[in-house]
Design a protein. Structure first.
Length: 234
């Protein structure tokens, strides 16, 4: 079964935006919110909501944190100490789950990562980047927003290379002809090396192997056809 569940702790304004984007992408969203007013707001928007505290491990287990179908856990509370404690607790209970925690400074970033967060997000930095794009690159910002908010049939897809795929053993440079497939290859992630993303434009001629993930951009139907090509067996 596809991993299509997302758990979001605290229904802050940032959480509301993230939930909206992920819901549009067909993820099942579970909101954890202690505040009655915010919990009601989340319910009115159609999300599944549990009004409990995550300061106790039993409650973290009860929300299904060990469910193998959970794609990620977002820790987005306003209190950094609470976020830190919950991040630590969730990581202690589930060693594999992807945790995205909010931070407000470089020091917070380091602390959250040490606590077990997979990634951190800083809402102030996100806001600043959007302002820069709005002033200097409004067309790019519009395109990105259309993609994120499903106002366009252009999507970004992750395609895992399977054993025997026609791309298994091929080098990135050999994919330059892929533009005929009407998709754009953004890059690749090789988890055997690191979690870092290798952009296609860097010029690194990386060898593609089974288990690597190609990240591509294109219209939905073109992506479907491209995935069929990738999955073709030699």
């Amino acid at each position: 079964m596809k991993k299509n569940k997302i758990i979001i702790y605290s229904f802050t304004s940032l959480a509301a935006q993230i939930a909206k984007i992920l819901h549009a992408k067909k993820y099942k969203i579970l909101i954890i919110e202690e505040n009655e007013e915010l919990a009601l707001k989340a319910k009115e928007l159609g999300y599944d909501v549990k009004q409990i505290s995550l300061m106790e491990d039993v409650n973290i287990i009860d929300i299904g944190i060990n469910d193998e179908n959970i794609k990620a856990f977002f820790c987005l509370g306003k209190d950094k100490n609470t976020n830190l404690f919950i991040t630590l607790s969730v990581r202690n209970i589930n060693k594999q789950i992807r945790i995205i925690s909010v931070s407000h400074s470089k020091q917070d970033n380091k602390t959250m990562l040490l606590a077990g967060a997979t990634k951190t997000i800083n809402p102030y930095e996100i806001g600043a980047l959007r302002i820069f794009r709005l002033l200097h690159k409004p067309t790019i910002l519009s395109v990105l927003d259309d993609i994120l908010f499903n106002q366009s049939d252009i999507e970004v897809a992750e395609i895992i290379i399977t054993k025997g795929s026609i791309f298994d053993g091929v080098y990135l440079d050999e994919l330059k002809s892929v533009d005929r497939q009407k998709v754009i290859i953004l890059g690749i992630q090789d988890k055997e090396i690191s979690d870092d993303f290798i952009f296609f434009s860097t010029g690194i001629n990386h060898k593609i192997d089974e288990g690597d993930t190609l990240v591509v951009l294109g219209h939905k139907n073109d992506l479907i056809e491209f995935k069929k090509t990738v999955d073709s067996i030699i």
